[in-house]
Ligand binder design. Sequence first.
Ligand SMILES: Cc1ncc(COP(=O)(O)O)c(C=O)c1O
Length: 390
Amino acid sequence: MKRRPGVNPRLSLLPPYLFVALDRKRAAAKAQGRDIISLGIGDPDLPTPSFIVSELARAAADPSNHRYPEGRGSAEFRRAAAAFMARKYGVELDPEREVTALIGSKEGIGHLPLALAGPGGTVYAPDLGYPVYASSAVLAGARTVTFPLRERAGFLPDFDAKPLAGPGRPGVLFMNYPNNPTGARCPAGTFDAAIRWARGRGSWLAHDAAYAEAFLDGRRPPSLLSRPGAMGCGIEFHSLSKTFNMTGWRVGWACGCSRAVAALAEVKSNLDSGVFSAVQSAAAAALSQGDAAADAMRARIAGRRRLAVPLLEGAGWTVFPSDATFYLWCRPPVRMTSAACAERMLDEADVLATPGNGFGKGGEGWVRFALTTGEDRLKEAFARVSRLRW
Ligand SMILES: Cc1ncc(COP(=O)(O)O)c(C=O)c1O
């Protein structure tokens, strides 16, 4: 661990942010003039649907949107988010007290340990998982307890096994389904077990639903908040990024238990001034008129998955079966470390994938491909990968 004089020592406890390191590697390879196919970062390749861009342009020209936005988000945006939750997930929310706008769901997730845990508090983070859960705990001075997600358990938490079983410290437990990086889905029964666990320990559940709309088989995943008891202990994070190709816009929302939402909003009101009001107007339009766009996203990912999985399996790879998210969670034909596998693909096939160990110890031996490029490039990428002799 490298100490940096004059810098918050907690920064030295953070692992290098996964995608920063990857992007550096890709940039260096590109600078050498190589044709790199990037299946690393989960950033959709297509533009935001034009009706959303038009609404942004209209709202951006309205001077009333040029002032500081309302703290928890505009009434219009919060009403649109609440209506979306009711229509898609059967979850009834009070937009005043149970919804807050976020500068992307990552921002809300990153601030949550500050709101609900703080120094001496406990954050339960999945291994493997989106790195922000554990990093935000470190920054908030909370202690992190990691709990395993393993293939044999369908990458679901086991509340009857260590470290979650039995008495323990109260805290905030992060879940994320459909899951990045594995694509696993969470049955309603596992949410119910999580709610029992949280209530038994006086704890919070934070469900990251960034990929909730990326289901590919017509079966919409449940919201944590639709389960009995969840509104007393749960907060759920939603994002427009992947559903509407809006990663660059930085907008999402948190919803659920009013005490948790209020605490998060309080942290935010001390640190940021919210989402540009015109972006909120465009996001509200996306949520209320974007069903066809979301259907198109699902059809596109399903098509890419149908193309990619047989190509990889035909080349001896193991692909974790999934019908959600745009990620393929895979093991190469021979046993090797994630880093060695990703490095060989970049060096010898000019294909960038994410090494699974970047998501935690449990990801060692796996790599993640993001299907965020068109079908021709995907074919080319997996043809190159198939030609590698391991
Ligand atoms: C699991 C997960 N949660 C949250 C996010 C953050 O999404 P955003 O901040 O764009 O809403 C991501 C982004 O990749 C993610 O993979």
